[in-house]
Design a protein around this ligand. Structure first.
Ligand code: AMP
Length: 281
């Protein structure tokens, strides 16, 4: 039985006698198969699975992105039920940020480049809400998608630095058959943009292939991704990065694990994607 909870007090009461360990999946709703993969993992690795659904205003640097973010509570609840989630927390904004809330959690260097540079304040919003959710839920485990690779790094840094007792567990990116990473924002793509969208994954795979064939110059891989993206006039590139997988500093030469990542705007929709290379290949 999936229980739907609205207030902090309801959540605390439900967790007080919940079987341990507890696994947490924080989401912003409009749930898709990427979220479902996280829920399944939380379900099998824990005695209690908790999903939070909250479109967090503090992590939007663009007001219209926040207002038009897709929402469908009934469909989301049905998905949580189908995945046998025990507790779903669906708070209002005031419940997460009660009047007087005046704390910001701000992670340092790893939050600065890429998404941090493109979206000022975004990671402060993410870190602040995730720290709040970690404190409210007190889970042993929390599951995050590698689709938002920098987000996982920022949250892991925060959890380690603040000695938070919740273990952060990254999970693989779930994709459409044509390679497009699932995202709630994909719903905004026009049919034409949807056709173009797999170009992000194609560019990443081409760079990964070049790496496997021996290319080690970061600039060559960045240029290769840009060249493939340039084939699609609808795709406006924000960044094409080949960075150290631990620090996210842009690499001249690849000598260890590296993160290839892209941010591309199609019409009014901003898409991100990434691939890790140089692990044990
Ligand atoms: P969101 O609702 O977009 O904030 O995402 C909630 C969680 O689901 C985050 O940890 C995301 O990284 C993760 N997620 C989103 N899309 C995917 C995907 N395609 N594959 C795996 N995880 C995802």
């Amino acid at each position: 039985m999936t229980r739907i909870l609205r207030t902090r007090a309801e959540l605390r009461a439900a967790l007080a006698d919940a079987p341990r360990p507890v696994g947490l999946v924080p989401t912003m709703g409009w749930l898709h198969d990427g979220h479902r993969a996280l829920m399944r993992r939380a379900r099998v690795e824990n005695a209690t699975a908790v999903v939070t659904i909250f479109v967090n205003p503090r992590q939007f640097d663009d007001a219209s992105d926040y207002t038009r973010y897709p929402r469908d509570t009934a469909a989301d609840i049905a998905i949580c039920e189908a995945e046998a989630v025990d507790l779903v927390w669906l708070p209002e904004v005031d419940e997460v940020y009660p009047p007087g809330f005046d704390t910001t959690v701000s992670v340092g260097a790893v939050a600065e480049p890429l998404e941090g540079a493109a979206r000022p304040g975004h990671f402060d919003g993410v870190a602040t809400v995730v720290a709040t959710l970690f404190a409210l839920v007190g889970a042993e485990h929390a599951y995050f998608g590698q689709k938002d690779a920098q987000q996982v790094m920022v949250i892991s840094r925060m959890a380690a630095d603040l000695a938070l007792p919740t273990q952060v567990i990254p999970c693989p990116t779930v994709r459409e058959p044509d390679g497009l990473a699932l995202s709630s924002r994909n719903v905004h793509l026009t049919p034409q943009e949807r056709e173009v969208a797999p170009v992000l994954h194609r560019a990443l795979l081409a760079a990964r292939e070049a790496y496997r064939e021996g290319e080690r110059e970061g600039e060559v891989l960045r240029a290769l991704m840009l060249e493939i993206l340039a084939d699609e006039p609808l795709a406006q590139v924000e960044y094409a990065s080949c960075a150290d997988a631990l620090t996210l500093r842009e690499l001249q030469r690849i000598e260890g694990p590296a993160l290839l990542s892209l941010a591309v705007v199609l019409g009014t929709t901003r898409l991100i994607d990434n691939e890790l290379i140089g692990l044990e290949e």
